[in-house]
Write a protein that binds this ligand. Structure first.
Ligand SMILES: [Zn+2]
Length: 313
């Protein structure tokens, strides 16, 4: 992975610096990739002497186009990428923004890696989603399952007014997974879109891996997620308030467990009053960088298959 990706990740994602009196100067789209200077300006928290203050990178942000430019910039071979996060409690050691930040930064890095080659356009991050498993926690911002599906349907309808035929959902919140799977088919049926779902890492509750130390139950705010967030936003993690919160008794079950053959309904405070599930106490930014880089590399590879996917007929 290129240095650019790391730089974009550390700097919080692509907020242009070339603003004048609050308005960004822009040139008319000429059918060629547009250069945006200053993709690094969003965050000052991880500046180093070795990092330049600005870099040039093509803007592949959908919202940077004008309405008329959509007609020419978005073609049948374009892939639209929608990052989906959440604003929900993640225990006392992490902010509510974790899933939204991880989805946004992952999408930004994937687009930096393969956007030009594969004609990928990054849609605005959908920060709020279906987080009703955290409804018990005051301040969690969440859609009901019905609203979540309705919002995705409306986004799909909007996307279908462009020439793009492929929509990828990049999901940073495990609690969305079932509904996003439903949305894939709904949007395929309603609008004829080819639809795809990818994750920075597959949620453990859906067959993804988590560490042996967490007995495979680093579900929410655990080692891996906390480490990735430490890599992206090191100043926003407080490990002094973190503890091991692994529901040990579940590990004895053969079938009824996270990722087991029998699923079960749960709320995040069913396991512990603090509502996080896993063991973040050993989290560190080095592990986070490894996980993040691996995710970006894997998703960029997957995007190449998305680009040409045709049902094998
Ligand atoms: Zn999360």
């Amino acid at each position: 992975m290129s240095l650019l990706i790391v730089r974009v990740a550390l700097h919080g994602g692509g907020k242009p610096a070339d603003r004048t009196n609050g308005r960004r100067r822009r040139a008319k789209y000429d059918g060629q990739p547009r250069k945006v200077v200053g993709i690094t300006a969003a965050s000052d928290q991880a500046t180093t002497a070795s990092r330049p203050s600005t870099v040039s990178a093509m803007s592949r942000r959908y919202e940077d186009l004008t309405g008329p430019e959509i007609e020419h910039a978005i073609s049948p071979s374009s892939v639209l990428l929608l990052p989906i996060g959440a604003i929900e409690q993640h225990g006392p050691h992490l902010p509510m923004s974790v899933d939204a930040v991880i989805a946004h930064e992952t999408a930004s890095a994937v687009v930096a890696e393969c956007g030009d080659e594969l004609d990928v356009w990054q849609l605005p991050t959908m920060a709020i989603s279906k987080s009703n498993e955290h409804a018990w926690s005051p301040g969690t911002l969440y859609f009901s399952p019905e609203t979540m599906l309705a919002v995705l349907r409306d986004i799909g309808r909007s996307v279908a007014t462009t020439k793009a035929e492929r929509l990828v959902l990049l999901n940073g919140h495990g609690g969305n997974t079932t509904h996003l799977g439903t949305a894939l088919r709904e949007l395929r049926l309603a609008f004829g879109l080819k639809t795809f779902l990818m994750h920075p890492s597959l949620p453990p509750a859906y067959g993804g891996v988590s560490t042996a130390e967490e007995l495979g139950m680093g579900i929410h705010g655990g080692l891996n997620e906390t480490s990735v967030f430490m890599h992206l936003r090191p100043d926003q993690v407080d490990l002094t308030s973190a503890a091991r919160k692994v529901p040990e008794g579940l590990a004895e079950n053969e079938h009824v467990k996270f990722g087991g053959s029998v699923s079960f309904g749960w709320l995040s405070n069913d396991f512990d009053a603090e509502g996080y599930i896993g063991d973040p106490t050993g989290a560190n930014p080095e592990l986070g960088k490894q996980l993040f880089d691996h995710a970006v590399e894997t998703l960029a590879e997957a995007m190449a298959e998305v680009k040409t996917f045709d049902f094998g007929r």
